[in-house]
Design a protein. Structure first.
Length: 191
């Protein structure tokens, strides 16, 4: 049996949480995404093993949660940007500490273009949740930034256009089709 990718699984778990969705992720295993699931539960998501997969129910309004990246089995640095997208609309302020890559915050200026309230001091970001994000043109700088901007765009009011999405293809196969199948209004436009 081929197992699901833990970062793709985590990204979709955050997508469900940020949109307040309710999705059964067939084939996903809790043991592959334990650290992300723990933080999503703290944020108010309901996550349970069910029918050969994971049932993820997003909260009506996520709660702010502090995150520190760490080597496996800790919170993955490859999920930091996506989790930050969730925290931009959380109730309260969260502190996200990046301990693996010092240059892993390239998505912060772009999230701010959507209306996020984030202050950055070296490897620590303080994210104060806002009631809403607003659509804007943003630019992806790497794979995980691409995912974070797409997730933020899912909940932003108005249209969000993410350029340089070729980064996303390095880690996700047809992410726009998978999100559209879940009800997202998302299309890929050739660059």
């Amino acid at each position: 049996m081929i197992i699901s990718d833990r970062i793709e699984t985590g990204t979709f778990m955050v997508a469900i949480a940020v949109t307040g969705g309710d999705v059964l992720m067939k084939g996903a295993r809790l043991g592959h995404a334990t650290a992300v699931a723990m933080k999503l539960r703290e944020a108010g998501a309901d996550i349970a093993e069910e029918d050969g997969g994971l049932r993820v129910r997003g909260p009506v309004w996520p709660k702010a949660v502090n995150v520190t990246t760490a080597p496996y089995p800790g919170f993955p640095t490859d999920m930091q940007a996506q989790f930050m997208a969730l925290m931009t609309v959380a109730d309260g302020s969260s502190v996200i500490t990046e301990t693996i890559y010092s240059d892993r915050f390239s998505h912060v200026p772009e999230l701010k273009r959507l209306g996020a309230d984030i202050s950055l001091d070296r490897n620590i970001a303080v994210v104060s949740g806002v009631p809403k994000l607003s659509g804007a043109k943003v630019m992806a700088t790497d794979l995980r930034a691409s995912a974070a901007l797409i997730l933020a765009g899912l909940v932003a009011e108005g249209e969000t256009e993410v350029s340089r999405v070729y980064h996303i293809d390095r880690g996700y196969e047809a992410i726009e089709k998978k999100l559209a199948a879940l009800g997202a209004r998302i299309t890929r436009v050739k660059e």
